[in-house]
Design a protein around this ligand. Structure first.
Ligand code: UGA
Length: 443
């Protein structure tokens, strides 16, 4: 099939590369010439395991191309995927200008049947707006063309995007049309062979499914963080509680890891957007507000633990930070708990000495050159002369650590483990003061 993908962010690029890898002919369109030029040279602007190789292979084999020419993009594919960003507006609602501008472009250039597939995370009712935008554009041109709009939300996780796309649990498609069902079946056939993963439903349900999935996962995390905070005050260990409840298949082990709060470009944005959507239809989503409030509080717990360990005085202290990305296997620092910590330490007059395997450049881009930030090339260098160590991201390379060496490198033996990656007893045995999340006496 010939497929056009608008937007070469996470979702667009992974969609384009995976569909090309499945044998389709794919053209990706982006408005940013520098990005397109880099992609044409095989340079992928984001860190995502396996993506660069996938892009390179499919470019070489001639199944994947990039352009800034939107007219060419519209002419190319029968299927037109919209995978552009929906950043939050000031009030938390999703900003639809990029999605609607692609719809305008499609309406402006289409010259025959097109199936417009919306992959961006959009408020319920967007497919109708996309349809209306295309109709208006066609009317303005004085032409008539047949087209369909369907919703096909994406459930991939950063860091595991290719695996999630190619082996995802489900492929949700919102449409009422048999023709669209057939085209979507054909499009996803290469990734739908062991059992039928396609779930067809009406468009609005598909649009809500995306928000409901993210809100449910965010809820699990905030719930566990609330239990962790309770465990700390009750002298219980949340890690035991996690195993105890996760063993019930109705609850399950996934997404019940307590920590320093969820970040990234999806959960915070989507929980807020869904709250906003609810508000617009006259419903107060109390649970979503609570999920968000617990998370905001959780992101400040690292600083609070650190500050308590130094009797509220971090002025002039150097804090080593391991992990800047909002989670492992990505260089993304959007809404990362590390940022809440660093900004609070700076406000308290402290210095940050940070290490992250992938996010150092992103950190430089976000915060620029500042006297109170040192980015270390190696995790050990971040400890040099620091007063305490805080772990913000559970990168695999942090899991094995020489606690004695850490204690020797630090000026004061304080470790705050924001992801509970270490066994408190082993850390304490090396002479460090250990503060985890929800682990007995680690308040
Ligand atoms: C999330 C969803 O998992 C994807 O299914 C969805 O497609 C995506 O959003 C999206 O809407 O595009 P992502 O934001 O990449 O994916 O990352 P996750 O792996 O879900 O992690 C989100 C945050 O939750 C991270 O900060 C992580 O550290 C935190 N988390 C996750 C916990 O604190 N505890 C857990 O048990 C799991």
């Amino acid at each position: 099939m010939k497929i056009t993908v608008f937007g070469t962010g996470y979702v667009g690029l992974v969609t384009g590369a995976c569909l090309a890898d499945a044998g389709h002919d794919v053209l990706c369109v982006d408005v940013d010439p520098a990005k397109v030029e880099a992609l044409e040279r095989g340079v992928v602007p984001i860190f995502e395991p396996g993506l660069e190789a996938l892009v390179a292979r499919n470019r070489e084999e001639g199944r994947l191309g990039f352009t800034v020419d939107a007219a060419q993009g519209v002419a190319f594919g029968t299927m037109q995927f919209i995978a552009v960003g929906t950043p939050p507006d000031e009030d938390g609602s999703a900003d639809m200008q990029y999605v609607l501008s692609v719809a305008t472009t499609i309406g402006r250039h289409m010259d025959g049947y097109k199936l417009v597939v919306n992959k961006s995370t959009v408020p319920v009712g967007t497919a109708d707006r996309v349809r209306a935008t295309i109709i208006a554009e066609l009317a303005g041109r004085g032409v008539e063309h047949d087209f369909d709009v369907c919703s096909n939300p994406e459930f991939l996780k950063e860091g595991a995007a290719i695996e999630d796309f190619t082996r995802g649990a489900r492929i949700v498609v919102g449409t009422e049309s048999d023709k669209v069902r057939e085209l979507m079946r054909e499009c996803y056939a290469p990734y739908n062979w062991n059992h039928d993963k396609l779930i067809f439903m009406d468009v609005r349900s598909a649009e809500l499914t995306k928000y409901a999935a993210n809100a449910m996962l965010a809820t699990k995390i905030s719930f566990m963080n609330e239990m962790a905070n309770l465990a700390e005050r009750l002298g219980a260990d949340i890690e035991n509680v996690r195993l105890g409840i996760g063993s019930d298949p109705r609850i399950g082990y996934h997404f019940i890891y307590p920590g320093c709060g969820y970040g990234g470009s999806c959960f915070p944005k989507d929980v807020r957007a869904l709250e906003r959507i609810a508000h617009e239809v006259g419903y107060e989503a109390r649970m979503l507000s609570a999920v968000e409030a617990v998370n905001d509080h959780q992101k400040s717990t690292l600083f609070n633990k650190l500050s308590n360990a130094f009797d509220g005085d971090l002025n002039g202290k150097t804090i080593a930070v391991w992990g800047l990305a909002f989670k492992p296997n990505t260089d993304d620092m959007r809404e990362a708990p590390s940022r809440t910590l660093m900004e609070a330490v700076w406000a308290a007059g402290g210095h940050i000495q940070a290490y992250d395997p992938e996010a150092r450049d992103e950190c430089r881009r976000l915060y620029g050159d500042r006297n109170d930030l040192t980015l270390a090339e190696h995790r050990v260098d971040a400890l040099d002369g620091a007063d305490a160590l805080v772990i913000c991201t559970e990168w695999k390379e942090f899991r094995v650590a020489d606690f004695k060496a850490i204690r020797d490198a630090l000026r004061t033996p304080v470790m705050v483990d924001g992801r509970n990656i270490y066994e408190p007893d082993s850390v304490r045995a090396a002479g460090l003061l250990y503060f985890g999340v929800g682990r007995g006496d680690s308040v």
